[in-house]
Design a protein around this ligand. Structure first.
Ligand code: FEO
Length: 176
């Protein structure tokens, strides 16, 4: 049986992952409107990933006899200044999620909850990858800069990130 402290902390994480899914979906919609098709595909894919992150904790909580709480749907921002801002916000949100996962790990030690500690190892690894990915995208956008055809080149790069994410997912499914 999971402790009430751990249960509450995991429910907080469920809400955070659920919000990330909504947030990235809103960003995808903005990108679509602005003609960034590759970026929109990438963000829709990330939005689905975040929903999976949320559900993985949801099912874990049920498995350990906890109460998984379905979070409220919070309205994310719908408008963004530019594509740089979109991916700066993605990076900031990923850093926030990493901090939250690290806090959960600290609670596991405090509560002597080694099952949850073991469960969270996947998230620790995933956050290292997602933070690194967001940082790489931002670096690329900054490198391309703002002149002439920059929007075209930025979107081309985002299409590559999307394809790489798809390939990684397919490889994971084959290995499963
Ligand atoms: Fe599930 Fe990108 O944090």
């Amino acid at each position: 049986m999971i402790s009430k402290t751990m249960e509450a902390a995991l429910n907080h994480q469920i809400a955070l992952e659920g919000y990330a899914s909504q947030y990235y979906m809103a960003m995808a919609s903005w990108c679509d409107r602005e003609g960034f098709e590759g970026a929109a595909q990438f963000l829709h894919f990330q939005s689905e990933e975040e929903r999976e992150h949320m559900l993985k904790i949801f099912h874990y909580l049920s498995e350990v006899d906890g109460f998984a709480i379905t979070p409220a749907i919070e309205q994310p921002p719908l408008e963004f200044k530019n594509i740089q801002e979109v991916f700066s916000l993605v990076f900031e949100h990923e850093k926030k999620v990493t901090k939250s996962i690290n806090d959960l790990v600290a609670i596991c030690y405090k509560e002597h909850d080694y099952n949850t500690l073991n469960f969270l190892q996947w998230y620790v690894e995933e956050q290292r990858e997602e933070e690194n990915q967001a940082r790489s995208i931002l670096d690329k956008i900054n490198l391309i800069g703002e002149g002439g055809q920059s929007k075209y080149y930025i979107d081309k790069e985002l299409t590559k990130f999307y394809q790489a994410a798809l390939a990684k997912e397919a490889a994971g499914e084959e290995g499963a």
